[in-house]
Design a binder for this molecule. Structure first.
Ligand code: ADP
Ligand code: ZN
Length: 215
């Protein structure tokens, strides 16, 4: 399947994407994971992106499009992909549309995961992420803690709170989402590609996606 996952930070895009990869071998493409990996590796891309990310601001569109143009041509995308955290602005959505035409790729749909703001705030402040850039498993201190406190179940690395998950950065990320990313809902609606799922469990979101794909 070839999907765009839309939704505020903390809506569960990453969790849904990871679960969908199990279904048919589609790959998860998270621009946030790619960027955090680049920051840890200290690459040029990471150096350019870090300050924006720490403030909870978006990384410039050109950097993101450079990443995605390459990534979408990797052979593992042939089977399908789940775009998690991209596109994030109208210019990115417009560029993606052109890029997909150029690559001869057709998307199935854009899924808007709509979660109430109080649930989002609670989730983000209790979210913890594996610090190993190759793993980046997600935990939650309340609902899904690692088996051993502070240690990733999958790879044994420390599980930490992200630098952009302080209260100030979270509220800034949500404002950025409302201003820059929420307009994509209308964009994909006009394209006739949008489904909106009001669901707070990843299972319910996945069930809605499966139903739509089968229709
Ligand atoms: P979340 O969805 O939880 O906010 P992500 O892991 O998707 O977090 O992104 C973390 C940060 O990486 C964002 O706050 C932003 O700085 C940057 N980023 C990720 N994807 C994009 C994108 N498509 N365009 C611009 N910046 C991005
Ligand atoms: Zn890990």
């Amino acid at each position: 399947m070839k999907l765009i996952l839309l939704g505020a930070p903390g809506a569960g895009k990453g969790t849904v994407a990871k679960q969908l990869t199990q279904l048919d071998g589609s790959v998860q493409i998270s621009t946030g994971d790619i960027l955090r990996g680049a920051v840890q590796a200290g690459s040029d891309l990471g150096k350019q992106a870090k300050a924006f990310m720490d403030r909870g601001d978006l990384v410039p569109d050109e950097l993101i499009m450079g990443i995605m143009e390459k990534r979408l041509q990797d052979p593992d995308c042939k089977q399908g992909f789940l775009l998690d955290g991209f596109p994030r602005t109208i210019p990115q959505a417009e560029d993606l549309k052109k890029l997909l035409v150029k690559l001869g790729i057709k998307l199935d749909m854009a899924v808007n995961i709509d979660v109430p703001r109080n649930v989002i705030l609670d989730r983000l402040s209790t979210r913890r992420t594996c610090s190993n850039s190759k793993c980046q498993a997600i935990y939650n201190v309340k609902s899904m803690p690692p088996k051993k406190e502070g240690i990733c179940d999958k790879c044994g690395s420390p599980v930490v709170q992200r630098e952009d998950e302080t209260e100030a950065a979270i509220s800034h990320r949500l404002d950025t989402y409302n201003k820059k990313t929420a307009p994509l809902i209308g964009f994909y609606e006009k394209e006739g590609m949008l489904i909106t799922v009001n669901a707070t469990s990843s299972e319910a979101v996945i069930a809605a996606i499966k139903k739509k794909l089968a229709a």
